[in-house]
Write a protein that binds this ligand. Structure first.
Ligand SMILES: *[C@@H]1O[C@H](CO)[C@@H](O)[C@H](O)[C@H]1NC(C)=O
Ligand SMILES: *[C@@H]1O[C@H](CO)[C@@H](O)[C@H](O)[C@H]1NC(C)=O
Ligand SMILES: *[C@@H]1O[C@H](CO)[C@@H](O)[C@H](O)[C@H]1NC(C)=O
Ligand SMILES: *[C@@H]1O[C@H](CO)[C@@H](O)[C@H](O)[C@H]1NC(C)=O
Ligand SMILES: *[C@@H]1O[C@H](CO)[C@@H](O)[C@H](O)[C@H]1NC(C)=O
Ligand SMILES: *[C@@H]1O[C@H](CO)[C@@H](O)[C@H](O)[C@H]1NC(C)=O
Ligand SMILES: *[C@@H]1O[C@H](CO)[C@@H](O)[C@H](O)[C@H]1NC(C)=O
Ligand SMILES: *[C@@H]1O[C@H](CO)[C@@H](O)[C@H](O)[C@H]1NC(C)=O
Length: 612
């Protein structure tokens, strides 16, 4: 009878999910293996599975590798990771540009896992996909997803409810293509304006970040972890903001984290909120703390921090995942140790899974030589496989590519994202209510930088080649940074001055002196731009927004108006930043604009402008 039922349910699932069925047919003496039997409770299934796993299979669970979609299917290399190394956690590397292709790829990967060994399903994770950073190492721009601002824009709107809505929508999109773990949120406090990853945080204020992160986590995970949840990975413990001189600890030259203001505790505030909200995973940062009471090794090697502070004091009982490459690439403080010793230190510290590494043989060796106990390994593996049961992955790991295509980037999600892009603009200066531009400006000539001509031309706006010919200029700028010849991450994580250099300042000054100019800065980091605030006809800030959104704001189309308020202080100068303390919020001297600054448009009748 059960065979008939299972055959039916397998038929049903292949019918519904459009995938090969059979994953729950594995049996022993006519019965499902207990861990495959969904009527049993999860803890019993976990015990059963764990009892069947070899040491090699357990070690494999403790690695979270990278993979990508290659020519419409999974990278052939991954087979040796899945079937050879028993690795079942992977970050999808790159943007989700074609929902159907990713869903199909995901199903093929799940089938590969199902057909190997104990058939432990794969958990796919992703860095952010809904923002504006596209570099595969820290954030992607999945072309098919709804497009939002960075979380900073939601912080600018001071709207926890919107954080929840965003997270629920992102969750729907993720789940539909098979992504079940978010390698975010980033709740590092932006207390050091030079830090190149500031733009991925929720700003400088601990309380605002705390309010937002709670809703963010609930939106992704749901009230209870289940088949519709996406696990959140809150990072980077214990707060990556206080980077020495604002460098970044992806790099050797930025490996130190410092607390000259003795403000370590402050950075824990949002983590306390995230733990209370039930975040399932937490990621320590690469940095090593210097001149504190903590050992000067990277946080993931730091037992007092991970076990003592995070687990015992703060009560976190979820999964600790290291940042990518802590054993083979970025091992600050343990430079002179072997990979084997670094592996031991990570586990001894209390971490459960290695991000971006594929060396389970090191764990096997540590256990076989008696350096690590198998029961310590079991503690982590139990958590890791329990999460897969809770996500429902053992009961049905497949997604439906038809559904993925319908859900991802649908009209409703896309519209809410577009609206948020518009609302989050922050109006910093607007003398004499220069913005929104009057109706007559629609017939004017525009000099533009940072926008393609075609965008204006598609609205029948006239673009000219020089400021001299123009009635208005639009400059969409990135926040200042030091140009580099480096490639990859070193190019995408900015450093150097947050002021424009003198050549650039005088170049811009000529434009401002020639034509009324609207400047819009995308805040990858805060910018020190008093000269623009003085000379531009109006100054806007954004946290990721399309050119269409910008034009709608500038002209007040459909009554769109900036609603954002700064989620950080804008310093006055690089000198002020250099003499402030990395770990202390709101401490640069005489900031240009304060946290919370943001002007409003004057209420005017714009009905007639609806037409363009
Ligand atoms: C699942 O477990 C229950 C409870 O032990 C058992 O009654 C049932 O027969 C099992 N189902 C299958 C298909 O093995
Ligand atoms: C496993 O994954 C890594 C990247 O995460 C890749 O470089 C490697 O080729 C894969 N295969 C093996 C056997 O490690
Ligand atoms: C993808 O397909 C193209 C065209 O068939 C081929 O040239 C290329 O080598 C393939 N790439 C990989 C990584 O398999
Ligand atoms: C943050 O919240 C705490 C506790 O409610 C309060 O004491 C503190 O004044 C708040 N800080 C700010 C900057 O609002
Ligand atoms: C590693 O060894 C070198 C050379 O002996 C030494 O200069 C350096 O301080 C050591 N680094 C650490 C982190 O112990
Ligand atoms: C959202 O904005 C993009 C870019 O401007 C546009 O292509 C898309 O159609 C918009 N979506 C909706 C639902 O309006
Ligand atoms: C900034 O980053 C570059 C690489 O892009 C690096 O060489 C340099 O040491 C970093 N720091 C400063 C202050 O330039
Ligand atoms: C000055 O800044 C501009 C634009 O930001 C950049 O293109 C140029 O290379 C910089 N010059 C120097 C000397 O750094």
């Amino acid at each position: 009878m059960w065979k008939y039922l299972m055959a039916f349910s397998s038929l049903f699932s292949s019918f519904v999910y459009g995938t090969p069925g059979g994953y729950n047919l594995r049996s022993q003496g006519g019965n499902l293996l207990p861990y495959r039997n969904s009527t049993l409770c999860i803890d019993d299934r976990v015990d059963d599975l764990l009892s069947r796993m070899t040491l090699e299979e357990k070690a494999g669970q403790m690695y979270h590798a990278r993979t990508s979609l290659v020519n419409g299917t999974f990278d052939g290399n991954i087979q040796s990771n899945v079937t050879g190394k028993h690795i079942t956690h992977y970050v999808f590397s790159g943007g989700v540009n074609d929902a159907r292709a990713v869903a199909t790829w995901h199903n093929q990967l799940q089938q590969l896992a199902l057909d190997s060994g104990l058939g432990i399903p794969i958990t796919i994770s992703s860095d952010p996909q809904h923002g504006w950073t596209d570099d595969t190492a820290v954030s992607n721009m999945g072309a098919s997803f709804s497009r939002w601002t960075e979380p900073l824009g939601i912080a600018a709107l001071r709207d926890p409810k919107l954080a929840r809505t965003f997270a629920e929508i992102a969750r729907e999109e993720y789940v539909s293509v098979g992504i079940r773990q978010a390698l975010h949120p980033m709740i590092d406090l932006m207390t050091e304006p030079r830090w190149g990853r500031s733009g991925g945080t929720m700003g400088e204020d601990a309380n605002l970040t705390s309010l937002l992160v709670v809703e963010y986590i609930k939106g992704f995970q749901g009230d209870k972890i289940g088949p519709h949840s996406v696990i959140t990975t809150t990072k980077h413990f214990p707060g990556g903001g206080p980077m020495e001189n604002g460098e970044d600890s992806h790099f050797e030259w930025g490996k130190n984290q410092v607390y000259p203001g003795d403000n370590f505790e402050h950075h824990l505030i949002p983590f306390k909120a995230a733990i209370a909200a039930g975040t399932r995973q937490i990621m320590p940062y690469y940095s090593r703390p210097v001149s504190t009471k903590w050992e000067e090794v990277a946080f993931a090697f730091n037992k007092a921090l991970i076990t003592g502070l995070l687990k015992e004091e703060m009560g976190f009982d979820g999964i600790v995942v290291t940042d990518w490459g802590i054993v083979t690439t970025r091992y600050w403080g343990l430079e002179n140790q072997t990979e084997l010793e670094r592996t031991r230190r990570v586990i001894e510290a209390g971490c459960d899974i290695f991000g971006g590494e594929t060396k389970p043989e090191l764990i096997v060796k540590l256990v076989n030589q008696g350096t690590l106990s198998e029961s310590r390994i079991d503690t982590s593996v139990r958590k890791l496989i329990k999460e897969k049961f809770e996500l429902g992955l053992f009961d049905n790991p497949f997604v439906n590519p038809d559904v993925a295509e319908r859900v991802v980037g649908n009209e409703y999600f896309s519209r809410l994202g577009n609206e948020t892009q518009r609302r989050a603009f922050t109006l910093l200066t607007n003398p004499n209510d220069f913005l929104p531009l009057p109706l007559s400006a629609l017939d004017a000539s525009f000099y533009i930088e940072g926008i393609e001509d075609s965008i204006l031309e598609s609205r029948n706006l006239k673009v000219v080649d020089t400021p001299q010919e123009a009635d208005y200029a639009f400059l969409r700028l990135a926040s200042p940074f030091k140009p580099t010849t480096a490639s990859g991450l070193a190019a995408s994580i900015n450093n150097g001055s947050i002021e424009f250099n003198s050549t650039e300042k005088s170049r811009q000054a000529e434009i401002y002196a020639t034509v009324p100019t609207i400047v819009d800065i995308k805040f990858n980091r805060p910018a020190a731009v008093p000269e623009i605030a003085d000379a531009a006809a109006a100054l806007l800030g954004n946290y990721g927004s399309s050119h269409d959104a910008f034009l709608d704001i500038v002209f007040g189309i459909d009554k769109w108006a900036p609603e954002g308020r700064l989620p950080f202080d804008l310093p006055r100068s690089m000198t002020a930043v250099e003499s402030s303390k990395e770990d202390v919020p709101f401490d640069t001297r005489d900031p240009l604009f304060r946290f919370g600054h943001g002007l409003q448009y004057k209420e005017i009748c714009k009905e007639t402008q609806k037409s363009i």
